[in-house]
Write a protein that binds this ligand. Structure first.
Ligand SMILES: Nc1ncnc2c1ncn2[C@@H]1O[C@H](COP(=O)(O)OP(=O)(O)O)[C@@H](O)[C@H]1O
Ligand SMILES: [Mg+2]
Length: 444
């Protein structure tokens, strides 16, 4: 049943709705709409000037409308008079093809036609910094090996506990929180869900973590490598495919039958799971343009060893069992973990590209190739023939541009718009004059 937002406002004491959409760079943009106007906006959407939406629209385009998805509404646990609701972008009665939530919705529908319902869980790591963003918020969080640091956890309890309480209140199935491998870094886990629900929760989690951190005088960042020399912010995705969406799902299609006899079934992954994984492996280098979307992303993957001793980020396209040094890990039966994405990933495009690559793998019965049961950080040089991940954003964009299959699966309009805007971003980066150039070439 569709929620009537005007009635929802009355019942829950909501005074304003924040109608939000996500742009091509992963930024969330919103209009704050008083409850008295929500009935009309639920029908027609909130209007935005196309050019300012960062969806590759010109000043001459008509208004873009974000039509709220009422069933995805969330009342802000820290400010109950406001409710956040993600919108679907529409122009002149048609879905804006390149808008990230629309790209994902289209791919979910395509997968559903083939009886595949993707469910994912993500691990959105973040740092708590000072408000200026230049230092770790806790001056005592200086241990060389700070992972799971109990005392540091107590010093930021008010932030972590508050976010955890809110996730519990929202019924997300929050189940653990920890200090991660870098000073000032945190991870909070909640249960996996349908791809669109996970993307909405991922977006809201970022909004919530930033808001709660600000309230306490800190700044939460999901930037892939906010502090040089420390472990970066990953956003690992755990993936499985089911027979039906939501509560109707009964069977995990990725769970192997005892009769399967492949290298993947040894780890509990079915033939469909193997082909889906094959698609991820095949498209990995191009995938990076989406999963590792910023200049800074490439300081996390391909990184030198960090202070704690490991980067926890991949540099090569390999997969294995329960071993965190590879791009893909199969931690247990019926799912696999993609360790490539980072904190800058667009929540909707992350899910979309997983489905696009996975579907292509299933359709072509792709083979993930040999499993490497080695410590990639220590013995990676022994692996022959596995592609290296792109070294920078430009290489990743070029890989994406070359991958005709993935480009088409993500949608031609989306791919063209994305490549155009990200190339502009790259150009802005390379025309920026850096201190490094002076330091290294002034006296040449
Ligand atoms: N079958 C599954 N399909 C998709 N996601 C899953 C499945 N089983 C567990 N998950 C999700 O995987 C994520 C695991 O995160 P976490 O507990 O931090 O694992 P780790 O850090 O050991 O990789 C959670 O979001 C969890 O809900
Ligand atoms: Mg984890």
């Amino acid at each position: 049943m569709t929620i009537d937002l005007a009635a929802y406002a009355k019942e829950n004491g909501v005074k304003y709705f924040m109608i939000s959409f996500t742009d091509l760079f992963g930024g969330q943009r919103a209009k704050l709409v008083p409850a008295r106007a929500i009935a009309d906006m639920q029908e027609d959407g909130a209007g935005f000037a196309g050019f300012a939406t960062w969806l590759d629209l010109t000043p001459a385009h008509p208004d873009m409308l974000a039509v709220p998805d009422p069933n995805a509404v969330i009342q802000l646990p820290w400010n109950k008079e406001i409710a956040w609701v993600p919108g679907n972008c529409v122009m002149e009665g048609e879905d804006v093809a390149q808008a990230p939530r629309n790209v994902l919705r289209r791919l979910i529908a395509e997968a559903a036609e083939e009886g595949m319902h993707v469910k994912t869980g993500i691990e959105a790591e973040f740092f708590l910094l000072t408000p200026e963003g230049d230092q770790i918020s806790d001056p005592f969080d200086t241990a060389e090996k700070p992972c799971y640091d109990q005392q540091a956890m107590m010093r930021r309890l008010e932030v972590i506990r508050e976010i955890s309480d809110y996730m519990l209140e929202l019924g997300w199935g929050a189940y653990q929180n920890d200090h991660e491998d870098a000073n000032g870094q945190w991870e909070m886990n909640w249960d996996f869900d349908d791809a669109l629900a996970t993307a909405d929760k991922h977006s809201f989690f970022k909004f919530m973590a930033k808001s709660v951190a600000e309230k306490h005088g800190f700044r939460a960042t999901f930037m892939p490598k906010p502090v040089e020399g420390l472990t970066g912010n990953g956003c690992h995705a755990h993936i499985s495919v089911w027979d039906a969406p939501g509560d109707k799902s009964k069977t995990n299609v990725f769970a192997a039958e005892p009769s399967d006899e492949s290298q993947t079934s040894e780890l509990g992954l079915s033939e469909k799971g193997r082909h889906f994984l094959g698609g991820i492996m095949k498209h990995a280098s191009a995938l990076a343009a989406i999963t590792n979307p910023t200049v800074n992303s490439y300081k996390r993957i391909n990184a030198p060893r960090t202070m704690s001793g490991a980067t926890w980020a991949p540099n090569t396209v390999t997969w294995t069992g329960n071993n965190r040094t590879h791009m893909v890990r199969v931690p247990g039966p019926g799912r696999f973990e993609l360790r490539l994405p980072d904190g800058a990933v667009n929540p909707y495009l992350l899910q979309a590209v997983i489905i696009a690559a996975g579907l292509s793998g299933v359709r072509s019965k792709a083979d993930p190739g040999k499993r490497h049961d080695i410590d990639m950080y220590a013995e990676g040089h022994k692996v022959r023939g596995a592609p290296k991940l792109p070294l920078n954003m430009l290489d990743a964009l070029r890989e994406y541009d070359k991958d005709k299959g993935l480009k088409a699966a993500m949608g031609d309009e989306f791919s063209a718009a994305y490549l155009k805007m990200k190339h502009q971003e790259w150009n802005s980066f390379v025309t920026h004059f850096s201190q490094w150039e002076k330091d290294n070439t002034l006296d040449i």
